[in-house]
Design a binder for this molecule. Sequence first.
Ligand code: AMP
Ligand code: GLY
Length: 416
Amino acid sequence: MKVLVIGGGGREHTLVWKLAQSSRVSQIFCAPGNAGTAKIAENLDISDGDIPALLKFAIDNNIGHTMVGPEVPLVNGIVDEFESAGLRVFGPNARAAILEGSKVFTKELLAKYNIPTAEYHRFTETSAALDFLESNTTYPIVVKADGLAAGKGVLISLSKEAAQQGVREMMEDKVFGDAGNEIIIEEFMTGPELSLLCFVDSKTAIPMVSAKDYKRIGEGDTGLNTGGMGAISPNPLYDDTLESYCLKNIIEPTLEGMRQEGRPFKGILYCGIMITPQGPKVLEYNVRFGDPETQVILPRLKTDLLDIFEAVVDDKLADIDIEWDEAAAATIVLASEGYPEAYPKGLPISGLDDIISSVVFHAGTKLQAGDVLTSGGRVLNVTSISPTVADALKTSYENSELIHFDGKTIRGDIGS
Ligand code: AMP
Ligand code: GLY
């Protein structure tokens, strides 16, 4: 079968790498891909947001299965378009992808179906939001843009003034465009975080092994939020009791709620959870694989990934046995200097061929005249599998030292 993977980050390199292990896959295309996917797939010069061009390619090239990595095309209805054309495609349709596309929708759903999450208020008027903050006495508080903002639409404000400034930037200055037309102001929660990802078809949800993402740029969880600077799997806090609790009180009622709302969900459901002193609560939903969580989850998967994706498309997930490696995994992100703010691009990367005991998943890289150059904020993910998380981390950190580009930035406390 010919397979198309949409996207060009570390998550997509990992997806391509895993799908390439399937005996049923004859050829993989990746749109647009990166220098890593170029080695095992054919990269296409089509952006991951260009739905008409992606659809045309899939039809013209007899693609048997399309896997959509990022959220933007999902929220914009790529699955609807592919299904209308009779193509087999993995991911939620636009009506279900709203779970990531609108934080207001999700908070209302969680409230309606009694699913634990932070207390919140929604605002469409700047003045009402500012008045609310004027009378609020508890800080920090969290301000969130309703729509997609490339992971940047969440502001943890330590003071009234900072929160009010955030509100003005979102609602008046439109720093996130229309995503800030409506905002949520919610209670600040504390506790360790957990990323719980599930394969979901119309009837069944099967959790994957757990992961922990390190979102802040600075060591000790300081500085700006990023897409994620590293990840480990399993999450050390995770056990069967926590899994059962989250499935029963969070995942299953969410999926049932979506069915009740006439928005049945299929694909990957990623639940960001905070384990607060009052118990696990939902931070957010994503409707896709996490990045860099995928880089530590999929290397532990023993089952053929295409078999799982196909079972989801056919609503036969209950019939498949999904097996995982007991070993642990760790990934370290090598980022560009300045990320998550402005950073240089086009810098040469060396040392990639010296890596033997880790797998390097590329993110922001591109090939130019045979050279691998940086092309994004998160550049590479050095990933290792070992019996323990500590060993996997040690191997990834050692191998990260062998790779060079100007301004290479690594968080030294992944796993802590
Ligand atoms: P989100 O994109 O909603 O997951 O938010 C990004 C990150 O901001 C989360 O992973 C948390 O670290 C943090 N965050 C979001 N909402 C809250 C909250 N209500 N209380 C504390 N931290 C939060
Ligand atoms: N690592 C967080 C995300 O994929 O949204």
